[in-house]
Structures are given as C-alpha cells and as structure tokens.
Design a binder for this molecule. Sequence first.
Ligand SMILES: Cc1ncc(COP(=O)(O)O)c(C=O)c1O
Length: 437
Amino acid sequence: MKFTVAASLLALGTASAFVPPQAYGRTSDVVRSMAATETSVYTFEKSEEIFAEAQTLMPGGVSSPVRAFKSVGGNPVVFDKVKGAYAWDVDGNKYIDYVGTWGPAILGHADDDVLEAVKATMEKGTSFGAPCPLENELAKMVIDAVPSVEMVRFTNSGTEACMGMIRLVRAYTDREKVIKFEGCYHGHADSFLVQAGSGVATLGLPDSPGVPASATKATFCAEYNNLESVKAILEDNKDEIAAIILEPVVGNSGFIKPDKAFLEGLRELATDNGALLVFDEVMTGFRVAYGGAQEYFGVTPDVTTMAGTLSGNPLAMTAGIETMKKLKKDGVYEELERKSQKLVDGICAAAKEHGHAICGGTAGGMFGWYFTEGPVKNFQEATKADGEKFGKWHRMMLERGVYLAPSMYEAGFMSLSHTDEDIEKTIAIADEVLSKL
Ligand SMILES: Cc1ncc(COP(=O)(O)O)c(C=O)c1O
C-alpha cells in the first residue's frame, strides 16, 4: 500500500552531516569588510502596540505557540507584507526572511506567477466544497514527484493529514500501537503529543497539559538515529505495532539529519514486523528534493504525509500546481542546497572565529545550527545547545534585519529568491552579532 495523506505545500498553506566547528574555514574577507560597518538597530513601536492588543484577544496573542517568541524573549514582530526573500513589519523594518512561512515559501514569498494563477482562479470562486479538475492535476503532479505515492488525499493542515494517517495505519494493520521519535512533531492531535519537539519544547513543557493519558498510551517514543531503541519497543510489543512514524529530517527540534543507515534500518524493521513506515514530510516534502526526503535518501515509506491545502480548494490547488511547475526545473534543488550550505558555512565560521561552540547542517532548502559543539543526532543532544545565547542571538539578528525562527528547536528554510548578496549580508550581520554575544 502506498498512500499519501494530504499533499501539496504550497504557497498558501521545505544536507550533510553536522560538521564540527573546526571543519569550517575562517570568515571570508567579504564578510569581514561588510561587518566593519555596524548595522543600524530596528525599533518596534507599532508591533508592540498591536501585540499588546492581540494578547487581550487571543491566548498568548498568537494563533500558534512558537510565534509568541517565548523561548527567545521579547515580543514578536507583527508582519505587514512579504515578497521574495523579504518580510516587512508594521514599523516598516525589512528582514531577510529564513522562516518562509515555516517552509512553504520555497520559491520566495508571493511569487508573481503563483499570484497571477491564483488571482485567475479566484475569479471563479474561492471554495466549491465539490470536486474540481485542479485536484486531479495536482494529485498527478504529487504522484509523479514523490516515489512512494500512488494516491493522494488532500487535507487542510498537517495536523489533519497526520490524524488521517494514524487512523489509516491502524485500520490497515488492525493494530493500535505506534512508534514515534522524541522531538518529532506530527501536529496537535492528542495521540502525537508525546515528546513532540518545538511547540512543546519551546514552552519548556515536558508534555502537553490537557492530553489524557489514555490518548497517548498506544504511542511509544524511540530515540532518533538510534535503531536499538526501536528494536527494543518492537520486541516488547511483538505483532502489535501498526506503524513507525518519523520526520525523515527533523525540523521540530532544530535541524537533525538522519543517518542513511537509520532510515534503511527502519525500513527493514517495519517490513520484518508487519508495521508500516510513515514519513511525515510536512516540512521536507518538495523542500529537500522534488521527491522529498524519500528521494533524497532513497528510502521508500509506505505512507507519506505532506502539508495541507484546504481540502482541495481551487486556490490552494492552483498555488500548488504553479509552485511545483517551477520546482521541477533543472538545478533547482542543487541551487537551494548550495545557498543553504553557503549560509551555514558562513555562520559557523564566524561563530568559531569569535569563540562560540556551534554545529550546523543542510538538506536541500532546509538547514539549521545549534550553539553546541555537536554533532546533534537526536533531541536530547539538541537540548544541550545554549538556549540563553540563542535568545540573545535571535533578538540581535532581528534588530539588524534578519528574521530567523524564534526557537532553537526550529529549522531554517532557504528559498529560490534568496540571493548570494542576501546570504553574504546575513553572514556579515551574524559576524557583528557573534562578536558581541
Ligand atoms: C513535520 C510536521 N508534521 C505536522 C505538522 C502539523 O502541521 P499543521 O501546523 O499544518 O497542522 C507540522 C507543523 O509544523 C510539521 O512540521
């Protein structure tokens, strides 16, 4: 059975092993000369005003926990508009944006061709609640792109995709128990909220209050990049595990790359134990490669989940189709990886030069670094990174025009719109910030 729940990222709605700091060269001359001029520091009056009101209207003032900046300190900036590699806040400050609406903006924000196609579709109405031919068109593109996928079910969100997926694997295997991994996030359905990475880790909660123990008692947690921990659970629960579910590159504990042998081992263990292997490619789908992490690592799961697109509505389908057409062009993923690597190498070299422990890595258009010697192979190792330093670093980068994910437990996302100049400027700003940290 090869099935995908949900599908399509895309504009409505994502590697190399960690390298120890010694492996990076010195900060380049261009970076040093750019860093010689100090960057001006932003102020945020309007953002503060709007966020103060938001806190009286919405819990935490936000519609998703990580946006509240709890783990980095200070208040979030309120966005006004986005275009290409940039975001502008309501105070008029411009940022080089490495969050990219948490991954989907892989072409850059508000791509002209995507917008044009969406506008033309909008003229026909924004939602039908009935089949539309665009669904077939996008489903065919997804099936063609992603190695494991034979059929597609579109959903509204990654959470719904994962909820559908867990019911599917239980129904198919007639088993209840599932294995997930510490630090992997699969949306906010009850059964997944065990050791679930960024949202929970950012708030410093061991697990999520409000989730009944009965909802998670069939969910077992293994350690990422550790096959023995999976074997032990399988042995203790012989013929009872419905599925092994993971982020094939973790983006919800910072950025953690799997060992290829780990993914291959999971494939074998799942097959041998009559369990399904599920890749949650909500972040990695169409981001680390056109065919997602399963193409990148050459390991084929049984079920794949990807980012949601409003139950097949015509606007989301159009955005998906137009984005995928552009992603399919030659050299796109090589370019994304080159840019991600350039950024990570530059930041790591600058950090090292200023005496900071750091390690980082990339996979296609996905990247990350931790303020620790590393390497970071699982969530426990990620927790050893310096969170206080990360908070200061985040605010200082923000004040100088670089928008990074507001949690050390989130990955970064490169787009095709980021230029070499953007990346060099980012490294130069980082160099100045790291010299003061
Ligand atoms: C890997 C993964 N799965 C599932 C989800 C849940 O998606 P959504 O926020 O659209 O519900 C996320 C969201 O960040 C994710 O990163």
